[in-house]
Design a protein around this ligand. Sequence first.
Ligand code: ATP
Ligand code: ZN
Ligand code: MG
Length: 530
Amino acid sequence: MRYRGTVRVELSRDLTPDDLEDVKKALEEVNRSLTKGFKDPGEGGKVVSWGYTERVLHFEIESRKLRIDEAAMRIKNSLETSLGSRRKIGIRNIRLENALIEIDGEIRINVRLPFVRNIEASNGSTTIYLEALDERDLKKPILLRLLRLLNEKETRAKWGGKAEHWQLIKKSRAKLDVLLYTEDPNKVLEETGLVKRFSIGQWLYTPLATYLLNMLKDVFLQEVVLPLGFVEAIFPKMYPLEIGLKTGHLRGTINSMVFASLPKTYNIEEFEELTDYIYVTNEVPPEEVAKYLRHPEYFLCFAQCEPFYWFFGSELLDDSSLPIKWFDRSGPSFRWESGGIYGLERVIEFHRVEIVWLGKPDQVIEIRNDLLKAYERFMDEVLELEWRTAWVTPWYYEQSGTTEKVEEFDINRPGTIDFELWLPYKGPREEHKAWLEVGNISIHGTKFTEPFRIKHNRGETLWTGCSGFGSQRWLIAFLAQKGFDPEKWPEITREYLNRNPPPEPIVTVTYPKTRAGREELGKLIKFLKR
Ligand code: ATP
Ligand code: ZN
Ligand code: MG
């Protein structure tokens, strides 16, 4: 990123030749102020040339990392100190003119944004020309957000469309020496009628399928979540847009969110035209229904931890209440996954245990570390699975300029660790696509405590963390490695089966659909009820 522009400084009186000599001296101070805070002064700003006409000093400036609005303000402050104190010259006004921002990569940006005059993108770079800005504009948060947006767009362009960098942290030893099971459990679950597709990416889980989902979830709660002292809460599952504004999801993932609208009126009579039409035609044209609805003011549960940050929003917390450790398992999350939808692995409606915590940075890191250890034990010893963990840096956590050095990462900084399990049916261990992300664990730093204004009573920094356990994915991965015969399952799940007898499956005249499916179901029941 490079900035250029002219800062015009309007003075309180005409300058004498003596004054101008002093301006030359002041220039050194100005330049020093423009590199303040940068280890490499080349990253800051500098005055390339300057001039004086009719009570106005003008400076041509350039900068790499110092935002141009900040550069203009620094020039003003620096001159105010030097000329003001030495020569009693006041500053009436400053104005930033002909400012432009050059970005590596061809990015797209809305020309209708405030302060944007024009945009040119060609030959791998983009130039954004800004309107002239006076001092009031320079101090507006909207300008700051525009410049941040441009910075993010540049970072994202450098990532070349990748959503995240992936680096292996640890992997389990190979456990499935002889592959006992290589089938796709998604298919088995559907063919045996344990699940039935309801709509795109949505399934009905019959009692037997629910039993299996709950088995893994219960074991997880008992082995990982409860021993670490997390306590259960129930979070809402439909969020006002405002929440997504604060979490940033509306900026980053709007394409995969599901929205909800309320009716325009509660008065049933006002729906009469529509309901009569539905009555007679026995059809519900969505575009007609839309006329009776308000614009979408909500989105459905996306990350599941959002209400936690909302709850503590604008609160003052003291040491005695920290850290806070909760979890929610009360309902589904919704994601529009478009072409990626597959089986139970990637669905529109899924279930998740969401673990959340809040505390001082040390506390948040310690909790993450305890949780990570417990997860490893859970995968390794409790469920005896083949697993691996990876450090994933979503592009938005990366500071611009450091994207090339991704091989170094500090696990105690904000970031995400993914848990992946091998799906033998998808291919050998060596293949990336044969692994499924079943969950993750994140430290957010102040990503949420800042926008939600979650504060400590003595002003200490507060961080948050969260971890999601996706029930459908854990079940698929478990079955993909262990199969459906409990003889080959780990002890803890066999015990679960003994303690909690599984429910009967559903069999009707035409369900499950195929003969093979029915035979498979018979086998499965023999296993489970042994
Ligand atoms: P992926 O990269 O596979 O899309 P993600 O990074 O979008 O996953 P997160 O946003 O981190 O996933 O969500 C946390 C957890 O929620 C995932 O680890 C997974 O267990 C579950 N999950 C996310 N999306 C889905 C989905 N479409 N279907 C089923 N489970 C999901
Ligand atoms: Zn979360
Ligand atoms: Mg996803």
